[in-house]
Design a protein around this ligand. Sequence first.
Ligand SMILES: *Cc1c(COP(=O)(O)O)cnc(C)c1O
Length: 391
Amino acid sequence: MANTSGRHFLQIPGPTNVPDRVLRAIDNPTMDHRGPAFGQMSRSLLADIKKVFKTDNHVIIYPASGTGAWEAALVNTLSPGDRVLMYETGQFATLWLNLAGRLKLEAEFVPGDWRHGVDPTAVKERLVADKAHEIKAVCMVHNETSTGVASRVAEVRAAIDWAKHPALLMVDTISSLGSIDYRHDEWEVDVTVAGSQKGLMLPPGLSFNAISDKALEASKSSELTKSFWAWDEMLATNATGYFPYTPATNLLYGLREAVDMLLEEGLENVFARHDKFAEATRRAVQAWGLEVLCLEPKEYSSSLTAVLMPEGHSADAFRQAVLDNFNMSLGNGLNKVADKVFRIGHLGDFNELMLMGTLAGIEMGLGIAGVPHQKGGVDAAMRYLEREATG
Ligand SMILES: *Cc1c(COP(=O)(O)O)cnc(C)c1O
């Protein structure tokens, strides 16, 4: 008999736990999306969401999952046959590459080992070699959710500048925005892609394109087919506080609340909180004698930690034991690391005791599933959190 009393622990790296405040905001009557109350709400929301991206420029909101915003970024700026440079950080980079291919773009992948982030030097070398400037965009995933590796966007920006290459820079921040420091304007990102269901603490269903002036300029000559995703109509109607088609009204109520929560806590405090929980998690993993998938400490993700199983042990069987016994969902291994890793989501609406519950469930699950490990991971995390407490 499965244990269903108490709260389910949703510790996958997205969708994340939705705070009660956000749930209550969503639970309001749907309003006329062409009426004055809606216009008032969306004008202030469209202004405040910019703070989360650290931009003064336009942020477009789509009623779609993150995949829609991936497509929107490409179809608004590029033309059929354009070459785009991508980097194989993991499954999400692979999916974006496949999407670009289906749009008839020439998508080029720099191979990676799923344990490192984007190598800025490799980007620099490839761009320097592209004398004819055939590459129209460099697309990267900031936080690769399949591996728990965070790439260094500022260094990739610097590599593009060093090569004096005109390519657009597009960054997927679906699992980093609102969890890991991100600066759309300062890093001169041309299109930032984001989604609602990870660091923004909302249910799935909204996604975003933050755009630069250069991207807007590129959109004027872009020839890929677009209609639903078209920026021009969206920007024209957003300017008055409205949308060209019915927006996801109730998710926008939730977004209003989530943005307020992030700004009340302060973005820098939000990032520090995520850094702390990630560090506590890694200390637990180390004490268990297990291995973090990410090999480069300066690329550790603060949103999630992917943990390698000892050889010959199934990550999925372990996750099943945790779900059956403790009503907690952990992230599975995707594609090349299927059944080899499990992922601990520690992003979004999350605190110390939720983390301790999560780590306790994992430590007990390792025992139940017969995975070789040492005890003491929970203790190591507790000692760290105790020291980090402000007293
Ligand atoms: C979740 C995720 C996506 C996919 O978004 P959907 O909402 O499932 O379409 C893309 N990229 C990254 C980095 C993600 O974490």
